[in-house]
Design a protein around this ligand. Structure first.
Ligand code: SRM
Ligand code: SF4
Length: 519
């Protein structure tokens, strides 16, 4: 595999006027805060420079939360959504010491975010993470986010490509094996990469800046590549074909990611932050010029894409018990309501993964957990574990497919409270309606769309509405998102519904569009 040299702080070649984010990045790279951490932990967050506190710490995955000052969020990296029980125990112990403030969330990128973290503890926390080969580096701001892959990679009987090594190697390249890599810490904006290996598009390929999608070419299995997918408050676009096909090898996949990121770093638009995601550059250049620049960076021509990709299944949610490709072993998908864990939940999951499985734990983009490698004979006792009452394998149809972003409890962008409201509403609807199918409801607290309402059957995006002369929490309603094969984005069908009026509105939609019947 090619070795990419690591350099100190890359500054973009640009003559355009810089927005305030570009200015502070040019003054000091976000990653430089790593070397100041011990000192910052000593002086405390109140004494910190405002830009370091609110922005640069995010280069290390440390997020100042204006909603809960002094209690930070730590966003991990979780390549392919896989962790060991030992790693989960370390994370559980980290949040446990914060009592009621300590919790964690599974994210829509198959990742974990820890809550309640104190800045003074960060140096110690980082040493503990390093001891179990985990990192949170470059997980926020103008960096590449957690790289997603099929949550059943290496387990799935019908898998096409096992993505685990590919995802890990792409992360290692981008982060310099978790130590931080100045090559890619000053991108024009955030960047998402996904590598699908199954037949059901488990990663939402269409909403990533780069996605690798399994495809046969002349009988050989490799990847078609799509680029430019993204959501933002200003614009949402599905990814478009780069018209290239690559072999499923570390060299080809890591090399292409490196080349695309380099082209984006050098040429991505930096004047207006609302127009800085990769798709805006592709718009400006056209896909052919973009591909030529990537090939020039690579130093060789890429093969043209296979005619059709191999995504021919509807998306699976993996909840329940499934035989693995390894004879006699099963993976079990547990439902974690809107992805929220207490410290004790994390420790309990680590224990059951060890006792009944191989210690491995997987996370899904649906904010759920999979415990793999459970032998047939152990299934019954596993299912009798008390934690499976809370994290069931067979939730009701609406709770089953419920997804929610962080919302007002911790996020200062939020226009509404999301997670608690999402759970309460789904429970009430599950109790009052017989619903013959799973209906995927996604909540997102503001137009940034972290909760991906555009991929949902029913998407709810937080907004403010006027009701009875008062401003109250409300949502814009999205419908028509299709996932899995032939995925496409849903659109806004109704604006400004007050949250207090949502129950009858959703009941009606479920009855008219999804075959629900009042109980
Ligand atoms: Fe997001 C910003 C949470 C997935 C689009 N997102 C934020 C911040 C960091 C804002 C902030 O500083 O408070 C939120 C942190 C709140 C908190 O305390 O948790 C936040 N985003 C999340 C998570 C945790 C939602 C969740 O509950 O799962 C997800 C973390 C993923 C991860 O592990 O890294 C998360 N965010 C997404 C996704 C979905 C995806 O990747 O599939 C999107 C849309 C896809 C995309 O990016 O193209 C998304 N987040 C945004 C945006 C809009 C980006 C843009 O180009 O404008 C912002 C705002 C920004 O970057 O300026 C944002
Ligand atoms: Fe925060 Fe908005 Fe993202 Fe929800 S969608 S986590 S409210 S930025």
């Amino acid at each position: 595999m090619e070795v990419f040299p690591v350099v100190q702080s890359i500054q973009p070649q640009t003559t355009v006027s810089l927005n305030k984010f570009e200015k502070f990045k040019a003054e000091k790279d976000g990653l430089a805060i790593k070397d100041e951490l011990e000192y910052l932990a000593q002086i405390g967050w109140e004494a910190m420079d405002k830009t370091d506190l609110e922005h640069r710490l995010k280069w290390l995955g440390v997020f100042y939360r204006p909603v809960t000052p002094g209690k930070f969020m730590l966003r991990m990296r979780m390549p392919n959504g896989i962790l060991t029980s030992e790693q989960m125990r370390v994370l559980g112990n980290i949040v446990q010491r914060y009592g009621d403030d300590g919790s964690a969330d599974i994210t829509t990128r198959q990742n974990l975010q820890l809550r309640g973290i104190r800045l003074e503890d960060i140096p110690d926390i980082f040493s503990r993470l390093k001891a179990v080969e985990m990192t949170s580096v470059q997980s926020g701001m103008d960096n590449v986010r957690n790289i997603t892959g099929s949550p059943v990679a290496g387990l799935d009987q019908d898998e096409l490509i096992d993505t685990r090594e590919l995802v890990q190697k792409v992360q290692d390249m981008i982060t310099n094996n978790g130590e931080g890599n100045y090559d890619f810490t000053n991108l024009p904006r955030k960047f998402n990469i996904a590598i699908e290996g199954g037949r059901d598009n488990s990663v939402h390929a269409e909403i990533n800046d780069i996605a690798f999608v399994p495809a046969y070419k002349n009988g050989e299995l490799g990847f078609n590549v799509v680029v430019g997918g993204f959501f933002s408050a200003k614009r949402c676009e599905a990814a478009i074909p780069l018209n290239v096909w690559v072999t499923p090898t570390v060299g080809a996949v890591v090399g292409l990611c490196h080349a695309i990121l380099t082209v984006y770093r050098e040429h991505g638009l930096r004047a207006n932050r609302q127009k800085a995601r990769l798709m805006w550059l592709i718009d400006e250049w056209g896909i052919n010029k973009f591909r030529s620049e990537v090939e020039a960076e690579l130093g060789y021509a890429l093969a043209t894409e296979a005619e059709k990709d191999a995504i021919d299944w509807e998306k699976r949610d993996h909840l329940g018990i499934f035989p693995q490709k390894q004879t006699g072993l099963n993976y079990v998908g547990l439902h974690i309501p809107v992805g929220r864990f207490s410290a004790q939940d994390m420790l309990d999951l680590a224990r059951i993964a060890e006792v009944y499985g191989s210690g491995e734990i997987r996370l899904t983009v649906e904010q759920n957990v999979i415990i793999p490698n459970i032998a047939e004979d152990n299934l019954e006792t596993f299912l009798g574990e008390p934690i499976l009452e809370k994290f069931t394998i067979n939730p009701k149809p609406l709770q089953r497919a419920l997804i929610s972003c962080t919302g007002a409890q911790f996020c200062n962008f939020a226009l509404v409270e999301t997670k608690n409201r999402a759970v309460a509403l789904a429970k009430t609807l599950d109790e009052t309606l017989d619903i013959p199918q799973t209906v995927r409801i996604h909540w997102t607290g503001c137009p940034n769309s972290c909760g991906q309402p555009q991929v949902a059957d029913i998407g709810l995006m937080g907004t403010k509405v006027r009701k009875d002369g008062k401003t109250v929490e409300g949502v814009d309603l999205y419908m028509g998102g299709k996932v899995g094969k032939d995925a496409h984005l849903g659109t806004c069908v109704q604006k400004g519904i007050a949250c207090d009026d949502l129950l009858p509105v959703l009941s009606k939609i479920l009855i008219e569009n999804f075959g629900a019947k009042p109980k």
